[in-house]
Design a protein around this ligand. Structure first.
Ligand SMILES: C[S@@+](CC[C@H](N)C(=O)[O-])C[C@H]1O[C@@H](n2cnc3c(N)ncnc32)[C@H](O)[C@@H]1O
Length: 256
């Protein structure tokens, strides 16, 4: 599991903040729910949700120790939390304790998505709900599939022997089937073709440097920037503009 830098993520995550803010604007809570935020990252969104739960409770869980450390340094947004826990989405250390699970831009980093969704179902109380926002499949190569291509180039291939694809971009129908098989009803599902202009290649490169941790952490420190530069160069023809990223996003509301 990649260990993302929480400090760097906090600096470069305007894109993730922006797309999650749209989902948060539509999130309906009565303020007393117990909520689990899976792949909470640096805790920014977890703290936003906590502020809407005066009588509730929220736990942020993330597999990356450095993300959890950054989240923990935020301090509690309310007298009762958030609480941050370092754990893998496939092995959640909780019982059936939550009214709601949210996950923003995280579950596409869990190739065993079915295991993660089964885990979501297992921590929800009866009639619990989940709001899952993640990258899904599209027709153009994604930044992550481009990273896999770069990893296969002769310059890098020897470093990636035995490396398995660290992400999944499911077809929306596949997500629906997995949700069904975990006992969920799909209350809504929207798919958007999104883009984000970072303004400069430097800012896009800084974002890629954090998002490509699963690849670069296999490399010596001295080679990481070169890998990211290769990724940025390989991705530009995909979207036809420097500093732009395009991705497919699925947002699903699931009910037990
Ligand atoms: C793009 S960040 C999203 C963070 C936050 N949800 C946001 O939208 O700002 C993806 C997060 O997923 C976490 N992650 C990846 N695989 C995970 C797993 N198997 N279990 C839990 N968290 C995971 C990463 O450590 C990272 O913090």
């Amino acid at each position: 599991m990649a260990d993302w830098s929480g400090q760097d993520y906090s600096r470069v995550s305007a894109l993730q903040r922006s797309v999650a803010a749209e989902s948060l604007a539509e999130l309906v809570v009565d303020g007393s729910e117990w909520i689990l935020d899976i792949g909470c990252g640096d805790g920014f969104l977890t703290a936003e949700i906590a502020a809407r739960l005066p009588h509730g409770y929220i736990v942020g869980v993330d597999a990356s120790p450095r993300m959890v450390a950054t989240a923990g340094r935020r301090g509690p947004a309310t007298p009762v939390g958030p609480v941050y826990v370092c754990a893998d989405a496939r092995r959640l250390p909780f019982g059936r304790s939550f009214d709601m699970v949210v996950s923003f831009n995280a579950l596409h980093w869990v190739p065993q998505l079915g295991e993660a969704l089964a885990g979501v179902a297992a921590v929800l109380r009866p009639r619990g709900r989940a709001l899952i926002q993640m990258v899904c499949a599209g027709t153009r190569p994604s930044i992550e599939s481009t990273a896999m291509q770069v990893a296969g180039h002769p310059r890098w291939a020897s470093r990636f022997a035995g490396f398995s694809t660290p992400f999944i971009h499911p077809q929306p129908a596949e997500l629906r089937e997995l949700a069904d098989s975990c006992g969920f009803q799909v209350a809504s599902m929207t798919v958007l073709d999104r883009e984000w202009d970072f303004g400069t290649v430097e800012q896009f490169t800084a974002w890629c440097a954090v998002g490509s941790t699963a690849w670069t952490e296999r490399l010596p420190e001295s080679d990481r920037a070169a890998f990211v530069d290769d990724l940025v160069a390989a991705y530009e023809p995909v979207v036809g503009q420097a500093g732009l990223v395009r991705f497919m996003q699925v947002r699903a509301e699931l009910h037990l």
